[in-house]
Write a protein that binds this ligand. Structure first.
Ligand code: HXC
Length: 541
């Protein structure tokens, strides 16, 4: 080989292994830096975490892990924090700015979530914190997926002043923009003070946990300073107060784990948005089950005033006796629940004869009205079980605005375009008959049991009004009253009066109620009726 040939041969330089190129080394350093930052952010402040656990609460990330399907969480804005170290937070720029935001799945269905982190500045809401929440709210609406907020916060971040108030305003505006379009669920797992309480109040369903969750506009200290009244936080705005007295909490639980499991259950009953149907469930069922439920006859006493538990009736009609009660502890004289009938989700409204004899009053009307509107917004057919003696009479109710509140329920039913089935189980009197989804306000199918009593009012009351003069001048008023009552019952209250006049479509064997409801809802499956275009109605709020 000549020298020139040797010179032309390629020089054999040892090739660097893939792991020691400058680019790979830089990337390894950057990756480790990122892993460290990520690890620090995800771990949070150990003292804060310890304190949170000592309070019987879990961290934002632990909560999200319970709520979402394993490994499904996609975090957004993980590295987001305050832009400057100004005096607003005493030079602190805590990682995440006190809220973890993103998306995940529940039983494979996508949801958008935020979880406030009390270990960081008490979960208080500053500008960046608010913007992170705004972002997931926008994404939830844009993608037509439910929004779930886990709240645990001291409210507006005091040091950030008006910027934090503006952040709340942005949240409220988004709640309203998304209302009736995507399901919005608020879970209160710690304090929720001041105007912050309006976020859950604007959601569709609000969960609270006993002992740790509190909601109030002004806390005990402010109340003491202003009026001298002494009240503890639990007594002022704990879960039982809001679950049983104010109706602010829709569902109350004893602990976080059970609460988040129940949120998953609720999501399984709701559609992703107002253009979708609630998820159906294939009914394997028991092939021997013919749908007849003879126990219904035993549950409901024939005597119109004897109480029974309407929940037992609901359990017989719906699949597997399983239903999700809304406002279980508030306005218990009316029952509202989500359930499945032959695999399809329905909203059940029923009078509850066990509480206040099942009368309607202001709270019951508001509870049922809100539920009817919720079901209507999310394409959930309505099943109304009627056994109602009327509206609760008395000065308290009249002065509490029972006319205005009753009108809400009337309005809600009149406006509802979803399939509607009414079953009159026993009695239905007066305005309460009309309001409980009668034919006159638009029910699609009205069924009644054979013992039904439908009238303007009960026989004794009616006779006293209509025959007052005759009774006053009668030789034996009691005998005359008995005679008139019997006559009234036979002429105006007999069970075939309303069916004959076309106000009831069929009189069914109580044992066949489940079958009749399944058939009725199947008949109405494709119901489409749009409300005429208008800016919005003027619901009597
Ligand atoms: C800034 C706050 C804060 C807030 C709590 N922290 N709330 N920081 N702004 N709003 C901080 C505390 O300084 C403390 O910081 C840490 O969070 C934990 O708080 P603690 O008080 O130690 O905890 P705890 O004893 O459990 O009491 C929790 C609390 C209490 C009940 C929430 O902190 C409290 O009363 N906070 C103020 C509540 C409030 O009035 N918020 C404003 C509401 S008005 P360190 O550094 O010590 O750990 C509002 C307007 C909204 O929200 C308007 C919308 C229209």
């Amino acid at each position: 080989m000549s020298a020139s040939e040797a010179d032309l041969r390629p020089v054999e330089v040892p090739r660097p292994t893939r792991s020691n190129t400058p680019a790979v080394r830089t990337m390894a350093r950057l990756r480790s830096e990122r892993d460290t930052l990520r690890g620090l952010t995800e771990a949070g402040d150990p003292t804060g975490v310890e304190r949170q656990h000592a309070l019987g609460k879990r961290t934002a990330r632990e909560r999200l892990a319970s709520l979402l399907d394993e490994g499904s969480f996609v975090e957004l804005g993980l590295f987001r924090r305050r832009r400057d170290e100004g005096p607003a937070t005493e030079g602190r720029r805590p990682r995440t700015d006190g809220v973890v935001t993103g998306a995940g799945t529940i039983d494979g269905r996508r949801v958008f979530v935020y979880a406030q982190d009390f270990t960081i500045l008490g979960g208080s809401l500053g500008a960046e914190h608010a913007e992170k929440i705004h972002r997931v709210m926008d994404l939830a609406l844009d993608n037509g997926a439910p929004l779930i907020g886990l709240n645990d916060s001291g409210g507006a971040r005091i040091q950030e002043g008006v910027a934090s108030l503006d952040g709340y305003g942005g949240i409220f505006r988004r709640h309203v923009a998304a209302s009736g379009i995507i399901p919005q669920i608020s879970v209160i797992l710690g304090p929720c003070a001041g105007g912050a309480a309006y976020s859950p109040a604007l959601a569709d369903v609000t969960f609270m946990v006993r002992g740790t969750a509190r909601m109030f506009l002004t806390g005990p200290d402010v109340i003491a300073a202003v009026s001298g009244e002494r009240v503890g936080p639990e007594e002022l705005g704990g879960a039982d107060v809001h679950g049983a007295r104010t109706g602010v909490a829709t569902v109350v639980h004893d602990d976080e784990e059970e609460c988040l499991e129940d949120v998953r259950h609720l999501v399984s009953l709701l559609p992703d948005n107002n253009l979708a149907s609630p998820p159906g469930e294939p009914r394997g069922g028991d092939p021997q089950d013919d749908g007849r439920r003879p126990r219904l006859v035993e549950i409901v006493p024939a005597e119109p005033n004897r109480p029974y538990d309407m929940r037992d009736v609901v359990a017989e009609i719906v699949d597997d006796g399983d239903f999700f009660e809304i406002h279980e502890g508030w306005a218990r004289n009316v029952l509202c629940a989500l359930a499945r009938v032959d695999g399809a989700v329905v909203g059940v409204v029923g009078n509850q004869p066990m509480v206040l004899a099942g009368v309607l009053d202001s709270d019951a009307a508001q509870k049922a009205a809100r539920f009817v509107r919720f079901c209507d917004a999310f394409n959930i057919p309505l099943l109304t079980l009627v056994d109602v003696p009327g509206f609760l009479p008395g000065t308290d109710q009249e002065h509490a605005g029972v006319i205005r509140h009753g009108a809400k329920l009337l309005y809600a039913y009149c406006e509802a375009t979803v399939p509607r089935v009414q079953v009159i189980v026993r009695k239905a009197y007066g305005g309460a008959y009309i309001v409980m989804d009668s034919r006159s306000i638009g029910t699609d199918l009205s069924l009644a049991w054979p013992g039904n009593e439908i009238a303007v009012m009960g026989a004794e009351g009616a006779v006293n009004v209509v025959h007052r003069r005759e009774l006053r001048s009668a030789a034996d008023p009691d005998a005359l009253r008995r005679e008139l009552v019997t006559d009234y019952r036979e002429r105006l209250m007999h069970p075939y009066r309303a069916p004959e006049e076309g106000f009831v479509d069929d009189v069914i064997d109580p044992a066949d109620t489940r079958v009749a409801v399944i058939k009725g809802l199947a008949m109405l499956r494709d119901k489409r009726r749009e409300q005429p275009r208008r800016k919005h109605g003027n619901v009597p709020l």
